[in-house]
Design a binder for this molecule. Structure first.
Ligand SMILES: NC(=O)C1=CN([C@@H]2O[C@H](COP(=O)(O)OP(=O)(O)OC[C@H]3O[C@@H](n4cnc5c(N)ncnc54)[C@H](O)[C@@H]3O)[C@@H](O)[C@H]2O)C=CC1
Ligand SMILES: N[C@@H](CC=O)C(=O)O
Ligand code: NA
Length: 925
């Protein structure tokens, strides 16, 4: 043992551990000299700080009253006893205390420190205990010093200069006069002590944890002192507390510490014997062991300091100041619509932090929870935000029971693997679970969730992906015999999994929560691999594919919060119908959002040449201008990828408003990928039968929807009526009607007063015709509708099976464009006039009709003559009329009549399919 003459207060024993990693090249003499330097430097640093910051310092104590601060085997005499009045006074406790904790960001600059001082002063509580972290980045800088020194990187001296510079400059800006002089003298002293200590570490090539903790803790000491001076300068008496004198903790095995409340309480009482003023600035993060060895509270240490001190003084409230508005309902980087939670119960906060949400560390909650002290999380940069209160389940909320208050938040953990141990030999055999988890424990893996069905044939659990290899090997080896004998069938590893957890204390007592959660996942086409829910029911944990995780998070979040149903919409073909639909969406969006909780966002519009994409939703007031100004080259694959993946919505719908068969060929893949499809385009349902059947089979077995109401009768409810009849058990006998708005208009208006071609031109102008009117006149549009209804009714017909009477003159069938056809059509007006006149002379009218004859398994499209009093003769404009003859509607057919073409009614038919989808996805009906 060496007694250091330079300081009567410091006793030091250089121990073997400190220098144990010295290499042979160091002579014993250099070791000794290094240890001496460390010890001398320590003599000043610890006690010097105290004398400057804490006030009285008695020197020359008797050995009986000298305590020891030991840094491993290096023992330092403590100032604790000598500086305190031996008379122990009662610590005032209770409601009068308000505790605030300011993190490093809050203490980041001079203006922020001033701001912190103002917040402290504005708090009108009788007593204030303020816990501060080191200035931002300082803790890292301090760790870096130790790291450099022990790696024998001599740039630690430059790094130490940076530390000095940062505090020197900050204090110069904040303080003046005696305060500045005192602080700088202290700083100078500390830095030279640190320099000596780091030098010793450099020589030793090793720093023990205590040394490291001791070095690092200086950041908090300086920030606490500076803030204390600033508050004093503003006229509020204030002192600072070195929490190593008060907070006593026992390190545990898992890089954590357990507070010793009884001893801390005793030390706090001693500390209060100083009769400090009402405002105390305490160092966060640092503490001592019962042997007075400096230590830290490890991760999130300052929050923990605040919680322990808050509990020790039984504070009214602990406010944690940070740089976010509070605790979000989900990670806002993943869910842009995440909301700030006003309240969380202790247990909910606990669960959230376990799942990696940026809340408090669970251990931070324990001390305050014991005394029912609320923790308020507030944003120092946004004082208008009320923050999140973590407290016992608030009274007000327990009265409400909406799903939003029941499920508070969602969290995720990525990079997991699921281990499934399966076999008939597990059931009813006690000890299987113990053997499995014993093997897992032996390799030190962390089990994140466990699930076992009551049949006991399998146990599955999630572990971090990086640990699964070892787990798998351990299980294979542990159960080799059982696997060989077939008692266990497999140890299966499912890689790339994530956990999604729904957190909420009241889930336990509210029916329907898990149903809603799983429904939202099913509707977003998310496959759930495993489920766990403890009987405390603070969280429901779902394991799913990592690729699905963000979508799952969004689907669940949007189901429980605010916009109940959010839908990303991609519009393909912004022509007449697509364009009208976009305008209708524009006009109705706000109402849907406000009154129906449906948030429709058009994330992309693609035409045949250009497309526009948006991450937040295209401004529908200006979609045409945007398309013109910033449209990029159309690329359907890129478009689909963007609309489906590049945004924050869980559900995607593509609305095909083209008449293109090629676009229709993609529906199957889109549906397979969980993209809903809505269309007025008849090409898919009237295309090749095998493709149609494949599509419908897929539609029926998935939760992804395919709606096509506007393919027949435009906005008239034809498809849904037919489906309703079939689903309720009716049998269709025949569907007969006028299915073409164009041909209806033409024959309603072709009354001898104008030429046939003029009436066709009028129908085109009115927006009734297909992009190419020959599709109407040829009867192929009607034939497609007949096929669609026939297939819906169960007939397996191809388009070619339908005999069609075409009204396109033979000579014009080969015209290269619709325009050329329209130009030439007047040349053939005579033919149609003759036919019309013949009917007229018989007292009849011409009507273009389609028939689905279910009984005879056929369809027909023909131009027929009807008596003038026949219902088909009574139509006007673009009216469709469709008569369903069924077993239930046998004598009197069910008739639907109304406009069967035109932009507004057709777009509205498509729009109502979108709303039907929203309601299937959970929007209120
Ligand atoms: N007009 C009506 O009353 C009714 C129309 N429909 C159907 O609505 C659909 C649209 O009809 P309209 O709007 O009248 O036609 P339109 O010709 O005005 O619009 C179609 C749009 O799709 C675009 N387009 C074509 N191929 C494309 C591709 N591969 N990718 C992206 N864009 C493409 C075109 O450039 C055009 O802008 C058709 O399938 C039609 O049968 C259904 C019921 C009634
Ligand atoms: N061109 C069609 C439009 C609706 O499908 C028609 O005229 O009916
Ligand atoms: Na319809």
């Amino acid at each position: 043992m060496r007694l250091l003459a330079s300081s009567p207060l410091c006793l030091a024993v250089p121990g073997p551990r400190l220098f144990s990693s010295f290499s042979n090249e160091h002579s014993p003499a250099s070791v000794l000299s290094a240890s001496k330097t460390v010890l001398q430097s320590c003599a000043g640093c610890r006690f010097g700080q105290r004398s400057h910051g804490g006030g009285s310092l008695s020197i020359g104590v008797s050995s009986r009253r000298t305590k020891h601060y030991a840094l491993d085997n290096c023992v330092f005499a403590s100032m604790a006893d000598v500086s305190l009045n031996p008379k122990v006074s009662e610590v005032p406790k209770g409601e009068m205390w308000s505790v605030h904790k300011f993190g490093g960001t809050c203490m980041g600059t001079t203006s922020r420190i001033q701001n912190v001082a103002d917040i402290v002063i504005q708090d009108s509580s009788e007593r204030k205990l303020i816990i501060v972290s080191a200035m931002s980045k300082v803790t890292d800088m301090m760790y870096n010093l130790v790291h450099k020194a022990q790696s024998r990187d001599d740039s630690y001296t430059l790094a130490l200069d940076d530390v000095y510079e940062k505090h020197f400059l900050t204090s110069k800006e904040l303080l003046d006069g005696d305060d500045l002089a005192r602080f700088l003298s202290q700083l100078h002293n500390d830095i030279s002590n640190l320099k000596a200590m780091l030098h010793a570490i450099y020589i030793a090539g090793h720093a023990t944890e205590s040394f490291s903790d001791f070095v690092v803790g200086h950041g908090e000491m300086w920030s606490a002192q500076m803030l204390s001076y600033v508050i004093n300068k503003k006229g509020r008496p204030c002192t600072w507390m070195d929490t190593r004198d008060v907070l006593i903790v026992n390190p545990t095995s898992s890089n954590q510490v357990d507070p010793d409340f009884a001893e801390s309480d005793r030390r706090l009482e001693k500390w209060f014997a100083r009769q400090p003023p009402e405002t105390i600035i305490a160092t966060g993060f640092i503490a001592s062991t019962p042997q007075n060895i400096p230590t830290t509270l490890k991760r999130d240490g300052s929050d923990f300091s605040a919680a322990i001190l808050g509990a020790l003084v039984r504070a009214r409230q602990v406010t944690i100041w940070t740089d976010v508005d509070g605790v979000f309902s989900a990670d806002p980087r993943k869910v842009s619509e995440a909301v700030i939670l006003r309240t969380l119960s202790y247990q909910e906060a606990w669960e959230m932090s376990y799942f990696g949400a940026n809340v408090l560390h669970p251990r931070t909650i324990i001390p305050v929870m014991k005394f029912n002290i609320p923790i308020l999380i507030r944003n120092i940069f946004n004082l208008s935000a009320p923050g999140t209160m973590i407290c016992q389940q608030p009274q007000k909320e327990s009265e409400e029971s909406s799903l939003e208050t029941v499920v508070k938040a969602f969290a995720t953990i990525d990079h997991l693997a699921l281990v499934n141990v399966e076999g008939t030999g597990m059931a009813g055999i006690p000890g299987t679970a113990s053997a499995i988890f014993g093997a897992v424990k032996d390799v030190g893996a962390n089990v994140i969730m466990i699930s076992q069905a009551s049949s006991e044939h399998s146990i599955c659990f999630a572990v971090p992906e990086k640990e699964v290899k070892a787990v798998s090997a351990a299980l294979q080896s542990r159960f080799r015999q059982a696997l060989d004998a077939g008692r266990l069938s497999q140890v299966e590893i499912i890689h790339n999994c994530s956990i999604l957890a729904a957190v909420g204390q009241k889930m336990a007592s509210t029916p329907g929560v898990s149903a809603t959660l799983f429904d939202s996942l099913a509707k977003a086409s998310i496959n759930v691999r495993a489920i766990a829910q403890g009987c405390s029911e603070y969280n429901i944990t779902v394991v799913l594919k990592q690729d699905d995780c963000i979508r799952a998070l969004r689907a669940a979040h949007s189901r429980f919060y605010l916009s109940k149903t959010t839908l990303a919409v991609g519009i393909i073909g912004p022509g007449l119908i697509g364009g009208t639909l976009l305008n209708q969406l524009r006009d109705q969006a706000a109402v849907l959002k406000q009154n129906f909780n449906i948030d429709l966002r058009v994330m992309g519009i693609i035409g045949s040449k250009t497309m526009v994409l948006s991450n937040l939703g295209i401004d529908l007031m200006r979609w045409r201008e945007i398309q013109k100004e910033s449209g990029e080259k159309a690329d359907l694959e890129k478009f689909v990828r963007h609309v489906h993946e590049n945004h924050t919505f869980p559900n995607t719908v593509l609305v095909d408003c083209t008449a293109d068969s090629n676009v229709a060929t993609h529906y199957y893949d889109w549906l397979c990928n969980g993209i809903h499809v809505i269309t007025p385009n008849k090409k898919a349902n009237s295309g090749p039968l095998d493709r149609y059947l494949k599509l419908r089979t897929l539609q029926r077995k998935s939760y992804t929807h395919y709606f096509y109401e506007a393919t027949v009768g435009a906005g008239l409810p034809i498809i849904s009526t037919l489906q309703g009849l079939l689903e309720t058990g009716d049998r269709i006998l025949q569907i007969e009607g006028i299915f073409s708005g164009t041909l209806s208009y033409i024959f309603n208006n072709f009354n001898g007063t104008r030429a046939f071609s003029d009436v066709v031109a009028e129908a085109k102008k009115a927006g009734y015709t297909e992009p190419d009117p020959r599709d109407d006149l040829s009867g192929s549009d009607v034939a497609r509708k007949v096929i669609i209804l026939a297939r819906e009714s169960g007939l397996k017909l191809e388009l070619a099976d339908i005999p069609v009477r075409s009204l396109v003159p033979e000579q014009l069938r080969a015209c290269s464009s619709a325009e050329e056809f329209m130009q030439q059509l007047p040349n053939f007006d005579g033919d149609m006039s003759r036919e019309r006149n013949e009917a007229e002379s018989d007292g009849e009218v011409l009507r273009y009709v389609g028939v689905v004859d279910v009984i005879n398994n056929r369809g027909v499209v023909e131009l027929k003559k009807y008596k003038k009093d026949h219902p088909f003769a009574q139509l006007s404009e673009s009216d469709n009329i469709i008569a369903f003859t069924t077993m239930r509607y046998k004598d009197q057919p069910l008739i639907i009549r109304g406009p069967g073409a035109g932009s507004e009614v057709t777009a509205a038919g498509v729009f109502s399919d979108i709303l039907r989808l929203a309601s299937y996805l959970g929007a209120p009906s």
